[in-house]
Design a protein around this ligand. Sequence first.
Ligand code: DGJ
Length: 694
Amino acid sequence: MTETWRLDDARQTLVLCSTAGRCPQVIYWSAPLPADEDMAALAAAQEADVTGGMLDQTPDLSICPEASRSFPGQPGLVLRDASGTPLLPRFDLVDVAKLDQSLTITCADAGKGLTYVAQIGFDPQTHVVTLTARLISDGPMHLQWLAAPVLPAPQLSDEMIDFGGRWCGEFQINRTQWSPGTRLRESRTGRTGHEHFPGLILPACGTTNTAGEAYGLHYGWSGGHRMIAEELPDGRRQVQFGNAADTETAPATEFSTAPLYAVFSSGGLNGIATAFQRHARNRIVTWPTPDKPRPVHYNCWEAVYFDHDLPKLKEIATHAADLGAERFVLDDGWFGRRDDDTSSLGDWEVDPRKYPEGLGPLINHVEGLGMSFGIWLEPEMISPDSDTYRAHPDWALGPKDQILGRQQKVLNLALPEVRNYLYDRISALLKAHRIDYIKWDHNRVLPLPDAAQTRGTYALLDRLRADFPDVEIESCASGGGRIDFGILQRTQRIWLSDSNDALERLRMQHDAALFLPAVITGSHVGPRRCHTSGRTLDISLRAWVAAQRHMGFEMDPRELDAQEAEILREVTAWWKENRTWLARADILRLDHADPAVIAEEQLAEDGSRFVVFAGRTAPSAQILPRPLRLTRLDPEARYSIHLRNRAEAPDLSRGQQAIKSGPLVISGAALMQQGITLPWSFPETMWVLEGKIP
Ligand code: DGJ
């Protein structure tokens, strides 16, 4: 007998089918099917033939593929019993509970005392499908691998897109051709990792940023994930996501995956990007005061590093406020005896040598300038040279003789006493001072991967958030080493990268926007000569790139000359004028015929206005700029378009282009079909084009 279940929203239909009481498989996930589609016929239509060299029946590609049912690829579950004997479960369907927008599927292997529960939920507003799996056993088991409910990957797709990276080089796109066998990516460093953002995009052949079909997946877990994208010997394809393998270090009777977030798009990569951006913004992140505009940040790290000197910091704060900053974040160096990165992590007491009267005078000064105050912490870490370590060497995670990272070890957050200690120290700090923001850093990988560490971190964050609901938190891990929807359920901003090089940032934040909305993505105006790339970039580019996301400054503002300060003030004022609608805008990638240009359109939620940022990273091959086609506008509407920074056109841009002298009114159809030709420009500059339905 064959049973089927379907979930629908305006964008997609997902159909599962179980045959002869076996664990169900996804047999359809794509554009909406007619409401009266015959499900039995649909199931029958996808039955595969059998030929030579095959089993007599094709094994199911179920939501938990089972080796014991002759599945020829990677199984969805690998576990051993308490004695270490591998178990090969064989699940029978027990129950499917269907609500309007969700399915709870329960399967059991009664002989082995195992129950498998999958949950699949639709979100009709964001169109993100959330999938989780749970395993419950009668006795303790050792889990090696549990995949979130497994999805088939499209056949009409040549390649997969996933994301590598490094410190100061996050979100690097990898394109890999499908071929028989497995592409396995795994972050085994105990954190999400710069190297393996847990995301995958599967575009259909011919899909572009703006058109075509694609599937997007993101695994919301901060402890390191495993991704398996496999083409089976028979040609079918599967995708699995779960926690990195073997990170459950103790036997247990219950294991769960983190949520896998999945998106189908028939609107190109932008359909993926906007669904994830909206889901992150509307479902994942929670803000203490949602309607409060994002404040412009000032962060002192690249201005002073560990050299905290109160008069100097006050002077910097005064300059930052004059430029438009609204929140001053005191970075690393304020606690213990932290004069460099060799000591004091764990000793979360204000350094009396640097702050003889505590942080009060600095906070008063900052507040007197109209800014709020934020502070840097790295709670999960401990310096061997710290009073805390000397008192509790046993609190460190991993072997005693482990390799250090940035001269530091990691605290074992699975220990309740460690979590209590950190809670006490952080809550004392928050109670004693008016602090509305924590930059929560995590600067080394774990000495070994351990899921309990991540659960401990989540528990600490959850407790602090419950008790200090007005404090916002930024997730930083040497820049973008911990970015995922798991940490974003507990934080409000991510520090995308330690690179404040505007050119690098332009590329990184463009690609990160496949998953992340502007409102949570920090972006700072760095020093004139970038500290991590050595490149000198103009203030205009630096300012506009920061204005593409949650804007901030991180240079010593005293280095700005009068003209630079004026440009930064103007761009900051522009950002403040626009930040309310920008906070809810979609970031849309534009297909540009010129590889030297990285262009995106931020389109207001109600479609009435947009801004295009077109960054020129290098000189073009051809003389004339190629037209830039916009997207998702109303073809019938007339837009008044205006080159915001037209005064920046260089002398070598000699033509009398209308767009250089005033607004133009033009239809959405023209802007999307023919596009707009922007003036000639120097490399390392950005055009900012605003558009509005008048
Ligand atoms: C790494 C972060 O990414 C930087 O922004 C800064 O906070 C340093 N850590 C401080 O040690």
